[in-house]
Design a protein around this ligand. Sequence first.
Ligand code: ZN
Ligand code: ZN
Ligand code: FE
Length: 732
Amino acid sequence: MPVASESATQRLRITLRGAVQGVGFRPFVYRLATEMALTGWVLNSSSGLVVEVEGLPDQLTLFGRRLEGERPKASVVTIRESAWIPVEGSTCFEIHASHADQGKSVNVLPDLATCEDCRNELLDPANRRFQYPFTNCTNCGPRYTIVVDIPYDRPNTTMKDFVLCPQCREEYENPANRRFHAQPNACPICGPQLEGTISETAQALLRGEIVGLKGIGGFQLLVDARQPAAVARLRQRKRREEKPFALMMPSLAIAREYCEMSVAEVELLESQAAPIVLLHPNPGTDIAGNVAHCSPYLGVMLPYSPLHHLLMKECPFPLIATSGNLSDEPIAICNEEAASRLKNIADHFLMHDRPIVRACDDSVVRLTRGRAGILRRARGYAPLGILVGRDLPPVLALGGHLKNTVAIAVGRDVFLSQHIGDLETLEARQAFERAIADLCRLYSFKPEAVVCDLHPDYASTHWAESSGLPVIRVQHHQAHVAACAAENHVEGPYLGISWDGTGYGLDGAIWGGEFFRVQGKRYERVAHLRPFGLPGGDAAVRQGWRSAASLMYEVLGKEQVFLESKGTAVSEARIVYMLDRGVNVVPTTSVGRLFDAVASIVGVARENRFEGHAAMLLENEIGTLRTEEAYPLSSGDWAPLVSGVMQDSRAGVPVSRIAARFHNALVNWIVEVAEQVKEKQIVLSGGVFQNRYLTERAAAVLESRGFVVYTHRQVPPNDGGIALGQAVMAGS
Ligand code: ZN
Ligand code: ZN
Ligand code: FE
């Protein structure tokens, strides 16, 4: 803060940017200024929250300090500017009406889980909002999913058609009230209403029926997680084979009966974002086996809206709560859309008349290296900006193909959309286009260029080419490490390690086991996995045994492949034919595919039922085993490793030991390259680093040797983080 020259009355203007709207910031400033007997005003503008205060310099300095120290806990301040301005002789402190001005750069706030005050009122028979499923206040409630435009004021939300009753209006206009300018403020008299009842819905769940519930960011499908037949029906109708389902637990106390959790994990569960937290389940509970299948984790969340709280009170047991869609399609948000799209999945619906503007799935978070790392970024986090180290040109980044998100760069903020999904279906591609239009409109953003992946056939690449804007193409694995470096504000040269399943390489091959020495704009590919042939290209992504056959073919020769492989002779014969002639064989350096191959050779998984499935199972095999043993993988040459895996497998070495030796080999190779390249800073990115054993061990070993290791926190290591990296690289 600038220093005031005299001790006479001064006037200070403070501008705050970040997530400062819709969190009770103005009443907080009003109370603080009034308490300190300062005069002036506060207002929300499209470029941030602006405060002007007049008083003695000491007091103003103290005000500035308290403004930071006592601000509402839901707020996020990314930029703060202070300036001394001419004294105006104001006589009181006021909250001015919002005004829309030129640049819209203020953050739209994410949806916030129901606060404790609102929860208490919900269960208090004497309160006028007793059992009212849409109660909220400035500390909680929907935001991003109801805002149509900014500034965030009621006429710009889907609450505009609900006219406040006199009592709600009085709360809304009273700066001393918890609901002062709570835009979705509502009560049973004037607010949204349920269509259906909570008790009927609870009865349906108890009968094992599938319920379509209109939640915060769209419809959820709920089912009793203790009933295997009901869970199986949901899997079959949703066409979801083995991918684990997330659970909503009635309370923290009940969640504890089912899962182990640390203090940090409890904090995450109870945070305002209220994400799905991946936890280790306790053995021997009544959760049906087909909820999470072989996954070592159970995805758990707590009720985050009043409607969820009321329903879970009637259903005091774990419920599956999964996105209301067919596998891989976007989540349904309108009542009519849900009624038609989900009619063959849900037996029963519970809807309401508060419209949802945009779909927002539940976010997924897991603790890695002792810190929260977001694996799917949507409700509760989107669309908070990611602050990067420098100003970026105004570009629109389109992300990758799987787990797509898009982003816009506004100054030092990159606003990342919520998780959109795999751009495989028409519905997903429409959702992708809506997300682009939506972000641009919310921030009055006009991109100067569009950034896409290098892959010529991605739907997003085609969209970029037809956009009429200049197109910047960014290599997939470079974007991965750029994203991780950007969110960690890594300055100077670093070694970026980018490992995933699939991405289009600069040479047209499928990359995925890459090391880059990065300095400014320069990405030097300093190492990579020894290439091998992927027979059938994309088919090998699902059928991991193809990668196994290919590696065994290389290591053993073709005759042995038949004997060693555990697949059907016909399919392997076809692969050998392809490899012999090099027909439909695409070269790859993908570590993800190496995971598939090893998982297949040891018999853990021949196929990926969802992205990263085989790798997850292989990691899970390690269990609590800790060993320093490792296969050789020097210079990324997998041949000695594959021989070792096959020998051990034949000799009956426990799979846990093979899995650990394999993971350790990867870590040793990382360390080998790091010591050759000699950059102190190491950045780990790509879907392979969702593997907690690998990430934690690599980080620990590197740190023990003096390296500084950066991993993802705010954006996912998987392709959900690509858009951030693209936006950053377009600006360099
Ligand atoms: Zn509240
Ligand atoms: Zn009311
Ligand atoms: Fe990737």
